[in-house]
Write a protein that binds this ligand. Sequence first.
Ligand SMILES: Cc1cc2nc3c(=O)[nH]c(=O)nc-3n(C[C@H](O)[C@H](O)[C@H](O)COP(=O)(O)O)c2cc1C
Length: 264
Amino acid sequence: MVGHVHVLYFSPTGNSRTTANAVAFGLEAGIDLNHDLTCRAARKEVERSGLSFDSNDIVVLCAPVYAGRLPSCFSCLFSSIHANGARAVLSVTYGNRAYDDALIELEDLCCGAGFVPLCAGAFVGMHSYDRRIGADRPDAKDLDAMHALGRIALEKIEEQASIAEKIPGNRPYRQGIVPSVPPYGPIVSGFCTRCGICATVCPVDAIPATGPYITDPAACIHCCACIRACPEGARSMEDLRHQVIVKRLEQGCLDVRREPELFS
Ligand SMILES: Cc1cc2nc3c(=O)[nH]c(=O)nc-3n(C[C@H](O)[C@H](O)[C@H](O)COP(=O)(O)O)c2cc1C
């Protein structure tokens, strides 16, 4: 028996939201509850009140890969999540480099929170740093694979088979994001029209709600949501350290196509 179908995601630039919804579409049941944990207020609410599921529920989880791990503002939420035996479909999106230990980290967090993982998938999405890396991903082929993961979950509901040992990754996990010293963030150019969209999409409230919308570099997680959302293209990451990362990514990830991977 299936209770409610939930999607739960953190998705500053939208790939993980698309993925969670597409996987849920494959479940052919419709989404009952949407837990978009991208904005800080939503995450604070989970930390304050907790988030509980029922053993009959199915929860499709998705988050982006940051430096081969899950974003810490997402992973820290699991101590407030009580799955009570709900079944989970695990997924991560990554920018055509690698997902390293992020999916296995998600599996560990889910098991620790009391979920029963049914299956898992890793999917490519356009890289937050550079639109040319993973350009136009997820595409139709990726969406097919996301739907397939949902269908696999449906088939596995009655099975008790564990997916432990099937998900690639290392324990202990690799080191994730190392804070930059001094910290840096996006800068604002004269093209800014002070519409304030950047402040509304920032998942860590690093941009004040009123202009001139200067990012607090110490709070910025480099998710690039504000750069992607700015209708004037007025925001960019100009720090040399960022440029070096992008150059390295261009060399290793521009001319390869990594395919979706499903684990069950
Ligand atoms: C801080 C940061 C670190 C990232 N690290 C990786 C990585 O290690 N491997 C990779 O392939 N993509 C990496 N990416 C790209 C994202 O994982 C990818 O674009 C993801 O789909 C973004 O998800 P979203 O659209 O849901 O925000 C990184 C992006 C950011 C912002």
